[in-house]
Ligand binder design. Sequence first.
Ligand code: IPE
Ligand code: IPE
Ligand code: MG
Length: 244
Amino acid sequence: MGDKSDKKARREASHVAIIMDGNGRWASNRGWPRLVGHRKGAERVKQIVRAAPDIGIQWLTIYAFSTENWKRSTEEVLGLMTIFTRYIEREADRIAADGVRMRFIGDRSKLDPKLQRLMAGIEARTANLTRLNLTVAINYGGRDEIARTIRHLAAEVAAGRLDPQAITDQVVSNCLDTAGLPDPDLVIRTSGETRTSNFLPWQAAYAEYEFTETLWPDFTADELVAILARFGNRDRRFGGVVSA
Ligand code: IPE
Ligand code: IPE
Ligand code: MG
């Protein structure tokens, strides 16, 4: 992408994380059931995944279902789970052909066994692919992830295998669901809400945030390109001073 000087002036967001919000409102605005919005949202995911590698994204992490989303009606929860199941079943060949490595974060033990099998299957099938790293957060909550990590580390300490003094940032990172993934550079939330809703609190500690009014079913690759351009002009200081 561009020549050398171009690269220097522009910072690239190689890891973009997206809080895909607004499916319900998109449907309600039209007098349609919320699940219609979720189906439309899943279509958007396909388009964004296909566009991502060509616009400089190497890592794409998307929030599909939070640990808090179980509070919704049984109909909506089951409908979402069906959408995830069908997405993997129908998209698997395309994902593999496009060179996409697909992974999942979150507590999958609470999900339907069939969905769990499909998730493990596509992770294994695409494990060596490198064109795009797609990570889908399902039954993901940042606090739940950190609590699970603390339980694991505490058990290691109790078993005498880990010295508490040896627990560094890096050790914690390596125990999170996102072990092996770089931290996100940019987190985008659609639908006008300006909160993070328990998404990647540890990993996004130094991420840039972009909030757009667009509802997820209306979000396009063009808007993503525009957001990435704004990101490229930001000065990321990481606690240091403004670069010359
Ligand atoms: C985001 O859309 C998708 C999920 C949380 C699964 P919402 O369903 O939250 O849509 P709104 O916020 O109600 O419009
Ligand atoms: C966040 O959206 C979760 C996902 C996008 C999967 P929500 O719609 O669930 O978040 P709140 O309830 O507005 O915080
Ligand atoms: Mg919402």
